[in-house]
Design a binder for this molecule. Sequence first.
Ligand code: C2E
Ligand code: SIN
Ligand code: SIN
Ligand code: FE
Length: 525
Amino acid sequence: MDNEDNWLIDDSDDVATATAVDPWRVLIVDDEPDIHQVTRLALGNIDFLGRPLELMSAYSGREALATLEQDDDIALMLLDVVMESEEAGLRVARAVREEQHNHRVRIILRTGQPGIAPEREVIESYDINDYKAKTELTRDKLYTAVLGTLRSYRDIMLIEQQRQMLAANRRGLLKVIDASSSIFQLQSIRQFAQGVLEQLQALLFFEQEALYVVVKGSVAALDQDGATTVLYATGGYAALCDKPLADDVLARFKPSIDEAMRDGRSVFADDHFVGFFRAHQGAANLLIIDGPVALSHADRDLVELFCRNVSIAFENLMLRAEIEDTQRDIIYRLSEVVENRSQDTGKHIHRMAEYAWLLARELGLSDEDAEIIRAASPLHDIGKVGIPDVVLHKPGRLDDAERRIMDTHAALGHAMLKDAKPRILKMAAIIAHQHHERWDGAGYPQRLAGEAIHIAARIIALADVYDALSNARCYKPAWPREDVLEAISLGRGSQFDPAVVDAFFAVLPQLEAVQARLQDTQQGS
Ligand code: C2E
Ligand code: SIN
Ligand code: SIN
Ligand code: FE
């Protein structure tokens, strides 16, 4: 299927025979009945490109336009210039192009005065193919002119058809992009895989059976146990869902899979297609369509684009899946340790998460990093579960001994989380450990300074103080807004990273919107 670049100029009748029953419709426009007669005699029983002619007649410019208005598949008009007026024919040519917007019908002008050609400008403006003197009505001359003109009409129609198909493909692709932007609503990887296969099949009008396969590791790992998992499959392959790719199926597609993984792109074979993309966490994703796939270059580009798009959506989904796993892990750990230990309000934790995300984005961290920090932030004070109630819930100021006990919550939180595997819990361990460090090195527990403090902890430090000052605690009332902002300003470069303070003021309206939306209903600890 590599000949689509030159099939337009292929004069074999393949294309025409598809519609062999349809004649070419040719409209003779002339006010002299004799001309109709002669033309019919000259062209009557000849086939052009495998199709006969259907000759139609109009005897004035007005009648010609009415006929064209009704029949939008007239291929050719043999058009007299002088009829009801000197320029009636030229008026027809102008009206058919400019008013009826018919740019398909071919036009051969015929004039009674040999040697007087219509102006070049007229020929170009109204896309007139040819002009002939009426004396040139011999069968041979007419045949040659009509053949050339019908050929160009056929090409125009094919291009038009192709453009419509391409537009349909584009619409399919837009649907795909819409679908992947709503990917956050898809509940599982499997549902995602199903959606991708359905979209791809719809996009390319495929009826074939298909598989969505994830491969861990490199091409060399293909044969190892557990390297492949079928996420979704249709038709005869449906039984493979959630299983490794069966040996016989793997063997059938292996050369293409090898090639796709080696070259990092999709492979179009005669009787199947292997779409490829690599999610940036490492796993390779294969979309296998089993069956002949005849695609133009433009279609192939669309498929490649689709695969890239899918890989971005897949990345988002994997991240979300990891967050969900992590959250289950968190809930498990907390329910074991805590059990209504802290009076801290849930709202505080939600606000912190939103503040942290806004600050991280403003500071230019990636979506993914911001998401991880947001997910980890609720655990920043988890170490407080190890602080005795009398200290934690003391209504007034802490004395020095109590303060020393209180300060251990940072190291305690770190100790609780430091061995966890999920990257969100690793991040939480760092945040728990470092969120009371200060930019100037006067914080606790490690007295880290500047960029030795993890950016996530620098963000949480500010979010934490902003929230503590803006709301009442058991040991203090809420501060007025101006005082809160002044304290944060004063802390720029001493308590806080100056860049984080700048980000804070840049997103202050959004922070305050969060504050308003997530207000405390009861007093926190
Ligand atoms: P928290 O209540 O969540 O406060 C977090 C951080 O906000 C504090 O970290 C501190 O940096 C800032 N902050 C809170 N209230 C004030 C304030 O009135 N003035 C100023 N300048 N900053 C404030 P810090 O100091 O390391 O305290 C850690 C945690 O220790 C607090 O978390 C709170 O649970 C507890 N805590 C601190 N001071 C007292 C206290 O006087 N009485 C009681 N009962 N608990 C305290
Ligand atoms: C087709 O010919 O398959 C549709 C148009 C295109 O994709 O080039
Ligand atoms: C991360 O990249 O781990 C998030 C925070 C940071 O950039 O340090
Ligand atoms: Fe804390």
